[in-house]
Design a protein around this ligand. Structure first.
Ligand SMILES: Nc1ncnc2c1ncn2[C@@H]1O[C@H](COP(=O)(O)OP(=O)(O)OP(=O)(O)O)[C@@H](O)[C@H]1O
Length: 240
């Protein structure tokens, strides 16, 4: 579903992604782990062109993101993203946050977007919060709304960039539970996280990144149980 070939990204003279290649299958949950600054977020952000790569290619369902004819907005409707900071619009009610993109980008009628938003709020366990403003939500609730908002565009792929890192510990579980449900339903997901429990339990494949490269990848049992690369072992010894 996603094919990344020789991806390169620098900020000025600082090379953040050296030469990253990876294929991600439909319905696969790929978890990206690695030390701070290893390029995990940059890799994820390249997948929906929030960062413009300098070289290589990313092909999503046969469409090259590097092709000048590819429209970024079309890619963004197919690839949903959830950030560490929830980025909800504070002056819009929860339901309006979720309806915004379907109405403005997909040109859905308001009523259809409202029904979809209510359905998604129900799915993330927040049906009763439709008419409140995001400022009255807890962090865990805000992040679940952010997930519902991304899902409202009916994306084929969901990217999560450390979705639980800004949350108080007691709220991490409720967000991971929503993500687990999505994975179970067969959503193709790429998740950057420090939650090793989630990586083990939900990941089909784990990528260990360091210094802008995928050092090792494999199913969680292999990567956590029997890491082959010394750098992976060193990293895991610090975080497990
Ligand atoms: N917009 C930017 N401009 C300049 N440098 C950047 C930019 N974004 C990221 N970087 C640099 O790129 C490197 C990789 O950052 P990135 O956020 O991708 O790492 P990460 O593995 O996700 O780290 P963390 O786990 O701390 O979020 C870092 O050295 C960072 O300072």
């Amino acid at each position: 579903m996603i094919s990344v070939r020789h991806l390169r990204k620098s900020f000025g003279s600082h090379t953040v992604l050296g030469d990253v290649s990876i294929d991600i299958n439909s319905r696969e949950v790929v978890v990206v782990i690695g030390p701070s600054g290893s390029g995990k977020s940059t890799f994820l952000r390249c997948l929906n062109l929030l960062e413009q790569p300098q070289g290589g290619d990313i092909v999503i369902e046969g469409v090259s993101l590097m092709d000048k004819k590819t429209r970024i907005n079309e890619i963004r409707t197919e690839v949903g993203m959830v950030f560490q900071q929830f980025n909800l619009f504070p002056h819009k009610k929860v339901i309006e946050n979720i309806m915004l993109a379907p109405v403005q980008v997909r040109k859905w009628p308001e009523e259809q977007a409202r029904q979809k938003a209510l359905e998604l709020l129900n799915k993330v366990g927040l049906a009763e919060k439709a008419e409140v403003y995001p400022t009255s939500l807890s962090g865990g609730q805000a992040q679940r709304v952010a997930i519902a908002r991304a899902l409202a565009m009916e994306p084929k792929i969901m990217l999560f960039d450390e979705p639980t890192s800004a949350l108080d510990p007691e709220m991490v579980g409720e967000v991971l539970a929503v993500m687990k449900d999505l994975a179970r339903e067969g959503m193709t997901m790429v998740v950057v996280t420090h939650e090793m429990g989630f990586a083990r339990e939900v990941g089909d494949r784990v990528l260990f990144m360091e210094q802008g490269a995928i050092v090792e990848e494999g199913p969680p049992e292999a990567l956590f149980g029997n890491p082959k690369h010394v750098r992976t072992r060193e990293f895991l010894s610090k975080v497990l």
